[in-house]
Design a protein around this ligand. Structure first.
Ligand code: DGL
Length: 276
């Protein structure tokens, strides 16, 4: 059986494109529709109510694309609104937290796992709960790293200031002796080199994008809903705002170029922006 409906996914911005890339690498026959809420990011500093309202609105828009699955490609939205979204629609909704937590439990040898993410994700305790649901004996050490997202968006991946900030943020996790670190924000895979250098060669970095792609594959295979052949464009990207540099950033996150980025207004109607 083959199922040609798209996989729809969303993030607060373009960080979730790391998840799109991982799903695209693993499942090259799937059509993927991505929504990045660039007009309203960051989510990592907002309340549960606001994050859930934004997530609901986006899922309503994406449901209009007749998807077979929704992927919440944002750790913050997964932490606060996954259960709500799962109750709101009748197709599978997959978040990024459980797959990352499961991979970390599998990877750790000394049973000390670190988690980094936005302030909202860390404060939610969602990773702690997910790791301990898999194995209550694993200790979790968490650290919010709010400056990482703007540094990545600025393209400062290996500047000295980025290394200094990473050292400051991560020193407690190094001292605690974690042997596995979950990159609990969709932006962080782009900072893997610096984070890896600061944590040390022996620490395993868990990229929730790759783990989520695996989960999507298993879920679709289990439902008999993998796509047999690709019809039409492979991926479509919608953003709620766009500025001149964003196309370059989108391509940096994706690793390839796309012919068109669509922009929608606050009513989720497609618009054309002057000069873009
Ligand atoms: N994409 C968000 C996440 O994975 C981080 C950016 C934000 O704060 O909106 O948590």
């Amino acid at each position: 059986m083959s199922e040609e409906r798209p996989i729809c996914m969303f993030d607060s911005g373009i960080g979730g494109l790391t998840v799109l890339r991982a799903i695209g690498d693993r499942l090259p026959d799937e059509r993927i529709i991505y929504f990045g809420d660039t007009a309203r990011l960051p989510y990592g500093t907002k309340s549960r109510e606001t994050i859930t309202r934004f997530s609901r609105e986006i899922v309503e828009f994406l449901m209009g694309k007749r998807p077979k699955m929704i992927v919440v490609a944002c750790n913050t939205a997964s932490a606060y609104s996954l259960a709500d979204l799962q109750g709101a629609v009748d197709i599978p909704v997959i978040g990024v937290i459980k797959p990352g937590a499961r991979a970390a439990v599998r990877a750790t040898r000394n049973r000390k796992v670190g988690v980094i993410g936005t302030r909202a994700t860390i404060q939610s305790g969602a990773y702690l709960d997910a790791v301990q649901a898999d194995d209550p004996g694993v200790k979790v050490f968490s650290k919010d790293c709010p400056l990482f997202v703007p540094l990545i968006e600025e393209g400062w991946m290996d500047q000295q200031v980025t290394i200094d900030i990473a050292e400051e943020y991560l020193k407690h996790l190094v001292e605690c002796g974690v042997d596995t670190l979950i990159l609990g924000c969709t932006h962080y895979p782009l900072l893997k080199k610096v984070i890896g250098r600061v944590m040390g060669r022996d620490v395993i970095l868990v990229d929730s994008a790759e783990e989520t792609a695996l989960e999507v594959e298993h879920a679709l295979a289990g439902l008999g809903q993998l796509s047999g052949s690709l019809l039409g464009p492979r991926c479509e990207v919608f953003l709620s705002d766009m500025h001149l540099n964003l196309r370059l950033e989108v391509e940096r996150f994706l690793g390839f170029s796309i012919p068109r980025i669509r922009v929608v207004n606050s009513e989720f109607e497609e618009i054309r922006l002057q000069g873009i």
